[in-house]
Design a protein around this ligand. Structure first.
Ligand code: ZN
Length: 132
């Protein structure tokens, strides 16, 4: 699990760095909040100036914010020993999936279901579910 933590922290740093480059510190504060816990990462990224100076559009920025939040959440779950468990159904998430997308918090099935629900913008509750 140690490799996962490094990977998550690395990805988080990169995402924050990109955000900072594209948005500037001011905007970053608006996006992540003035006391956001992600800020500890922002301090470390100055030297990652990278070759990524291309302009980043607003949509991409939102995706980055999303990614930062998800990576941070994943680290949190790692700390709590919940990492790798689907937050929807409680099943284990396939290791192969985690390797590709270390920040995911749902298994493929739940992800699929959630995305479909999101696309259709239906009221969430009425899922003819067989809850335990
Ligand atoms: Zn699931």
């Amino acid at each position: 699990m140690d490799g996962i933590r490094k990977r998550l922290e690395h990805d988080l740093r990169l995402a924050v760095a990109r955000l900072r480059q594209s948005a500037g510190a001011k905007a970053l504060e608006e996006l992540l909040g003035p006391t956001g816990e992600h800020w500890s990462y922002a301090d470390e990224v100055d030297e990652i100036q990278a070759n990524e100076r291309r302009e980043i559009g607003f949509a991409t920025r939102e995706l980055l914010v999303d990614r930062v939040n998800r990576l941070a959440a994943a680290l949190e779950r790692l700390n709590e020993g919940q990492y790798g468990t689907c937050v929807e159904c409680g099943e284990e998430i396939a290791p192969a999936r985690l390797r590709v997308l270390p920040e995911v918090e749902t298994c493929v099935r739940c992800q699929d279901r959630l995305e479909r629900m999101g696309r259709q913008l239906q009221p969430v509750e009425a899922d003819a579910g067989d809850d335990e």
